[in-house]
Design a protein around this ligand. Structure first.
Ligand code: SF4
Ligand code: SF4
Ligand code: SF4
Ligand code: FES
Length: 948
């Protein structure tokens, strides 16, 4: 293996269709109009020396190293800022150019510290490379020339250092922060020779607006901005391209290694989801993989009050299998089940559901999508015919109006948010529907045209009011509807939304959103050009989650905003492989490919290959499993990579259900909260230690490649296979590619997918089959998958969870940039420096009424339970609404969330809980008890020392 170095073409690719032909150094080349001479030269293999240019950024023309001569033109223009022209004749290497470039380099080197041998970028420094490229052999001005001002080393960021003495003021970092990340955290302070790069108002990086995306570090041609891991370990020597395991954006990275040690994760420019960009999590937060908390040996115990006992893999697997068999013999076939992980690969997820259906002999399999995007599956399948988003991420580049509802992309899906910001800065309009003033409402160079700060739980009312305006003001796309949708259903829907009770003026009374804002937003979405809707868990995690998804689909169909680039309905998926885990048949009612278990032909196909009869009745969902455990009919569970105790609602109910089971098997990286109730712990492997595929929010299937050997000994699919074999259901896969081949044989939307195809194309978006051999970037072009698009009546039904005298505030929850889901991974990285604890956001008005000051401990209580955390007083939330995150187990905010859920899918209503907030002295009684329980249940018995 070698270190893969991507070619830097110097300037971005031109998207023009028209081409021009020119001659460079005697060779004719044809390139798209608008290409720079620098890029054209690089495309034919000629690298013109450069310092301030890089193909991730627009050209800037400041270093004057890339000079060229053009026949018929005076002077020596910069090739990075000179566009090609038909018939142009260019020379890149003349005596005059050589002399000029040497002169430029002499000036740079004369004021640069010459500590190359001890510099962390030695061998990976463009300044060093360019000195070699121009043939610099002496510096007439000496090596101790005047220096730019040096404010001193800034090591405040845990992941990268800023050493201004090495800065050549090329501005690549500043432009990367603006153009790629869209944060504008860097400026040049001072003027002329006294100029120096500075974060925000000359602050340390950690205290500035910087969000640690790493774009500036990647752009810096010197060691001025450098990863601390490179400084500590040294430059990497080989690399493996793989896919981020954090969120549903699915960024591609080069995992750069030195021997077995991971030095850094560098975003991969050919990654079609991220196009060379990253966020703090994927870029820097990988240290959990080698954290001392990782459990690497299997463990068992008879009771959860016993300490854990480390055992061999065979003993642990044998014990789990014998317990599952014993339970089934005593309590029946349906008394056990499994939970797949949206963090694991498609192949691993497929195997767990296969184990449950064929090995356990029931359909008791579910996944974390139950608690996040199950309404997306239901809603989009009902209206369009496919349980997935309609667009690729590139589509946003052609959106004219972006409507974001119930999503916070800059925190939840940061790399896609940067692409969205780029489009917004170019001039696209923005509508935000969210109870909170998320960052995108107002951020540098972006201001939402409309922010509809609705009361939590009123999504359906507001969306129906938007539809009311569109229908009653004649803003529908009738031609599209007549051609593509069921027109009778449309007419019923149009009559429904036109009712006076759905007018913005009426809806203002329940939602709190000014009628004029609803009217304005509706007109903008319907008439502003390409309208693209992006949504998140603020849509799905409600008692009307599925209804809201269908209301969104109605809006897109009514305005013709579906079936082409720039438009569509786009669920922003939470976990890295939540799309894949749903595709792979993780739900109790659906086989892989979203086919109902009651379909005889589907079952027959699986039965023929799997050699076992399959159950035709849907199995238990996670909440049903817990209820059944409390009823005494569900006794055993196999949980792969999912911390249901922390992530699912009503923690005390969940804890009681787990405690009632006789065999809980947890397969994970750490002793997560659910493991407090486990009898068997099977150590899992990280994404760095396995091969397989993830599917991102665009339906894009991408390779996960093994970067290092599994520290626990096995990839997760191998562990599932061992368990299956111990249960007597034989599996004999030797590589995950064989599992994907089986998926392709059994799933019509995957028939063209194979590891070889993904390797060949880089990635594949399903459906990928005979009709679409290279995959499907945009769905429903020319017709909906279900035939005619289906308009669904979306009656607003207020949630039963209402604020009242006892619980007068509404709690809504979400996540922040630096932490991920239950935090098991990110809490074991330096990301905790940004977010050490969950805090409760509360409006100044509500805080003052309760005598709460910023930073005070407060008790957060609901009818389900209570917890305590610190208050943060902010106007990001409206009066009457409080907000917190759920990343820290010592807060366990799901202690207060309730059992209410989406009517169609049981997705919990996390986003609306009636609560009271009162001053408190510190952690609640429950928190103290839980801490003690955790201490007790995580004890590991000292290994027995064998007698010599
Ligand atoms: S790390 Fe990202 S956000 Fe921070 S200064 Fe660099 S480019 Fe800007
Ligand atoms: S810090 Fe690096 S990228 Fe930024 S101006 Fe200095 S040398 Fe250029
Ligand atoms: S945006 Fe998501 S996929 Fe991309 S680096 Fe960040 S966490 Fe990973
Ligand atoms: S690379 Fe063209 S001016 Fe710097």
């Amino acid at each position: 293996m070698t270190l893969v170095r991507e070619i830097d073409y110097g300037t971005p690719q031109s998207k023009a269709e028209k081409t021009v032909t020119l001659t460079i150094d005697g060779v004719e080349i044809t390139v798209p109009e608008g290409t720079s001479v620098m890029r054209a030269a690089m495309e034919m293999g000629t690298q013109i020396p450069k310092l301030c240019a890089t193909d991730m950024l627009e050209s800037f023309g400041s270093c004057r190293l890339c000079l060229i001569e053009i026949e018929g033109r005076n002077g020596t223009p910069a090739s990075c800022t000179t566009p090609v022209a038909d018939g142009m004749v260019v020379h890149t290497q003349t005596e005059r150019l050589k002399r000029l470039r040497k002169g430029v380099m002499e000036l740079y080197i004369s004021e640069h510290p010459l500590d190359c041998l001890t510099c962390s970028a030695n061998g990976d420094c463009e300044l060093q490379d360019m000195a070699g490229a121009v043939g610099l052999r002496e510096v007439r001005y000496g090596y101790d020339g005047a220096r730019h001002p040096d404010p001193g080393l800034d090591a405040s960021n845990p992941y990268f250092a800023f050493e201004p003495s090495k800065c050549i003021v090329c501005s690549r970092c500043i432009r990367a922060c603006e153009e790629v990340q869209g944060t504008f955290a860097l400026t040049i302070a001072g003027r002329g020779f006294g100029s120096v790069v500075s974060p925000s108002q000359e602050q340390p990086f950690f205290d500035s607006e910087c969000v640690s995306c790493g774009a500036c570090v990647q752009a810096c041609p010197t060691a001025t901005l450098n990863e601390k891991s490179v400084i500590e370990i040294g430059t990497p020597e080989h690399s493996v391209v793989t896919t981020c395991a954090y969120c549903g954006v699915g960024c591609s990275f080069k995992a750069e290694m030195r021997g077995p040690e991971l030095v850094r994760m560098v975003p991969w420019k050919d990654g079609k989801a991220n196009r060379g960009h990253s966020c703090i999590k994927g870029r820097f937060a990988f240290g959990y993989a080698t954290h001392k908390d990782r459990i690497l040996k299997p463990m068992i115990r008879a009771k959860i009050t016993d300490p854990w006992r480390e055992v061999s893999w065979d003993e642990a697997i044998g014990y789990a299998a014998s317990e599952f068999k014993r339970i089934q013999a005593k309590y029946g076939i349906g008394s056990i089940g499994g939970i797949t992980s949206s963090r694991c690969t498609n192949e691993e997820t497929f195997l767990v559901q296969k184990l449950v259906r064929a090995g356990f002999g029931n359909n008791n399999v579910d996944t974390c999508a139950r608690v996040c995007h199950s309404p997306t599956g239901y809603g989009l399948k009902t209206t369009f015919g496919t349980s997935a988003g309609t667009q690729d991420f590139d589509s946003v580049e052609q959106a004219d109006v972006i409507l974001i509802i119930g999503a916070n992309p800059t925190d939840g899906h940061p790399v896609f948010a940067s692409r969205m910001k780029k489009r917004l800065i170019e001039g696209a309009k923005l509508i935000v529907v969210d109870p909170r003033r998320i960052d995108l409402v107002r951020t540098p160079h972006i201001e939402a045209d409309y922010h509809l700060p609705l009361k939590p739980g009123t999504n359906v009312a507001v969306l129906t009011a938007l539809a009311h305006v569109i229908v009653t003001e004649g803003l529908i796309d009738e031609a599209f509807i007549r051609e593509r949708c069921d027109f009778d259903e449309f007419q019923d829907w149009a009559a429904f939304v036109a009712l006076p009770r759905h007018s913005p003026e009426e809806v203002e009374k329940v939602s709190g959103v000014p009628a004029e804002a609803i009217r304005g937003a509706a007109r903008l979405y319907a008439t502003g050009g390409n309208g693209a809707i992006y949504y998140g868990l603020g849509v799905t995690e409600h008692s009307q989650g599925s209804t809201t998804v269908m209301a969104i689909a109605n809006l897109a169909m009514a305005t013709g905003n579906i079936g082409r680039p720039g438009v569509g309905v786009n669920p922003l998926r939470g976990q890295n492989n939540v799309q894949g885990s749903c595709d792979m048949g993780s739900f109790p009612h659906e086989m892989p490919g979203y086919r109902h278990v009651s379909e005889d032909a589907t079952r027959a196909m699986f039965e023929a290959l799997w050699g076992r009869p399959l159950e035709a009745e849907p199995g238990l969902r996670i909440p049903n499993m817990i209820d059944a455990a409390l009823d005494g009919s569900f006794k055993g569970i196999y949980i792969q990579g999912e911390d249901i105790l922390q992530s699912d609602p009503n923690t005390q109910h969940m804890a009681a259900g787990l405690a009632a089971m006789e065999c809980v098997v947890v397969q994970d990286l750490f002793l997560v909260e659910t493991a407090n109730y486990a009898h068997v712990f099977l150590p899992g492997s990280t994404f760095l230690e396995k091969n397989g595929t993830f599917t991102n929010a665009e339906r894009r299937i991408q390779m996960v490649r093994k970067v290092m050997a599994p520290l626990n000994g096995y990839e997760d699919w191998e562990i599932t296979q061992k368990l299956s074999n111990a249960l007597g259901y034989d599996m004999h896969y030797t590589h995950p590619s064989e599992i994907m081949d089986e998926i392709a044989r059994l799933t019509p939307t995957f028939t063209g997918v194979s590891f070889a195809k993904i390797e060949e194309l880089g990635s594949v978006q399903w459906p990928c089959n005979e009709k679409a051999p290279d995959g499907t970037p945009i769905m429903h072009i020319g017709g909906f998958v279900r035939g005619k698009g289906k308009f669904v009546i979306t009656e607003y039904v207020a949630t039963d969870e209402k604020s009242g005298p006892r619980y007068p505030l509404l709690l809504t929850t979400g996540r922040i940039l630096t932490q991920y889901n239950v935090g098991a991974q990110t809490r074991r990285t330096a990301n905790v420096d940004w977010h050490k604890e969950d805090v409760l956001e509360i409006h100044p008005f509500d805080a003052e009424n309760r005598g709460i000051r910023d930073g005070d401990w407060v008790k957060l209580s609901s009818r389900a339970g209570e917890t305590a955390l610190k208050a943060e007083i902010t106007e990001r939330v409206a009066p009457g609404v409080v907000y917190t995150t759920f990343h820290h187990p010592n807060t366990q905010v799901n202690v207060v969330t309730t059992e209410f859920s989406d009517w169609a899918t049981n997705c919990p209503e996390y986003k609306v809980t009636a609560v009271q907030v009162m001053p408190s002295n510190g952690p609640s009684e429950w928190q103290e008890e839980y801490e003690e329980l955790t201490r007790q249940t995580r004890r590991i018995a000292a290994p027995l020392v064998a007698a010599e």
